[in-house]
Design a binder for this molecule. Structure first.
Ligand code: AMP
Length: 382
């Protein structure tokens, strides 16, 4: 199959990964008349639940990956930490979008930041850390405070240590447990934002409005749009995202997480070659959701309108909300501006993303207020 083929409704979308991002992509694909096949090591998954076919196998079972790719018309991702050998095996049998090169760069922080730096995108200064003396040298070069992260497989603040004084050096290094690390100069940021962009193989590009994100315990808590930043910063953030998708020649969708520093500069923190938790408000606030846009981009269809109908906010629903019993859904939905999205996960563990609420408002702050009030009402007695 040609790498630039258009994939039309009726065809089968193959998704690597089976969490909520895959579930919402599968629902968007079903709505547009596609068939959906999921590949992941987990049975009874959020995405497997709504797909036509659910293949349960390990990502390093390359024969299973090949057979899966053979049975679909395009392969895309909802989980990027898939071994390179798996994307290469899939690419033997079907177009893989975004391709293995994009995954290779974005799944390792040193490669990712190195790529961004080399291409002139703004990032905080960083150094590679393999030995204790690398970390000591990085501190001499970049100073304190700083953040030491594992170079691979980090998410939601996992594998990260903040260094505030020389005393933190040895324990932080020990925390790497022999893994390759990256030391980053601390960014004194005012806020965190993200831009979700999509690009097709013809080079067409569309970005959603800039999202503003707040975290609790290192996990995304609330997102709202439009972000409360200047028009110039909005344009700059969107320009950076467009430039990154172009530089990586992404065919598909990619999220750029950024810091707005206190001095007004915008710095790129991280890339995710897929849809993103901060983009969930697009399900109710934009004519095209991030999931439909991912589908359109990987299928080579024209991209959809990504503008906001109305200011909006999203609040994550994590497992602890279930501690006192089933949340009071009825109470949360008393506000007609509030929409509920649940991912069909059977077991509510603390910190596990179980679903989210979206709300629209006259302005972003009103949307935030409404979504937070709705989430508070979940704890009201049934
Ligand atoms: P990450 O896993 O890189 O997305 O980082 C998780 C969170 O840690 C970010 O959302 C920031 O809140 C914080 N963080 C990461 N890197 C830095 C940095 N260099 N300076 C300040 N805060 C950071």
């Amino acid at each position: 199959m040609s790498p630039t083929s258009v994939i039309l409704p009726g065809a089968t979308i193959g998704i690597l990964g089976s969490g909520q991002l895959g579930r919402m992509l599968a629902i968007a694909a079903k709505q547009m008349g596609y068939r959906v096949a999921i590949f992941s090591p987990e049975a009874d998954s959020p995405a497997g639940d709504v797909a036509d076919r659910d293949v349960v196998a390990r990502y390093d079972d390359l024969d299973a990956v090949r057979a899966f790719a053979q049975s679909v018309d395009v392969v895309t991702f909802e989980f990027e930490n898939v071994p390179s050998a798996a994307t290469a095996a899939a690419a033997e049998r079907a177009p893989v979008r975004p391709d293995g090169r994009v995954l290779h760069i974005t799944q390792q922080r040193l490669r990712e930041k190195g790529f961004l730096l080399e291409r002139g995108f703004p990032v905080t200064p960083f150094r590679r850390v393999v030995a204790l003396r690398d970390l000591e040298a990085a501190l001499r070069d970049l100073g304190l405070p700083g953040v030491l992260k594992t170079a691979s497989f980090g998410y939601d603040g996992k594998g990260q240590t903040m260094l505030r004084s020389a005393r933190d050096v040895a324990p932080a290094f020990a925390g790497l447990k022999g893994a390759e690390g990256i030391y980053e100069a601390f960014v004194d940021f005012e806020k965190e934002i993200s831009v979700v962009g999509a690009r097709t193989f013809t080079g067409a590009f569309q970005a959603f409005p800039v999202f503003e994100n707040t975290h609790a315990h290192h996990i995304l808590d609330v997102t709202f749009a439009p972000a409360a930043i200047s028009a110039a910063q909005t344009a700059e953030a969107t320009r950076i995202a467009a430039g990154i998708l172009e530089a990586l020649e992404v065919v598909g969708l990619l999220t750029v997480e950024m810091f707005v520093a206190r001095d007004g500069r915008i710095l790129v923190n991280e890339l995710a070659p897929r849809t993103h938790n901060s983009g969930h408000l697009t399900l109710d606030a934009c004519p095209t959701s991030q999931f439909e846009q991912q589908l359109r981009a990987v299928c080579g269809l024209p991209l959809g309108d990504a503008a906001l109908h109305k200011p909006a906010a999203m609040a994550n629903l994590l497992g602890h909300l279930w501690e006192g019993g089933e949340p009071n859904w009825r109470a949360a939905l008393e506000d007609p501006a509030v929409k509920l999205h649940l991912y069909g996960k059977a077991e509510a563990r603390v910190g596990r993303k179980m679903g989210h609420l979206n709300a629209l408002g006259g302005d972003a702050q009103e949307a935030v207020r409404r979504v937070l009030q709705a989430r508070d009402r979940l704890a009201a007695r049934l």
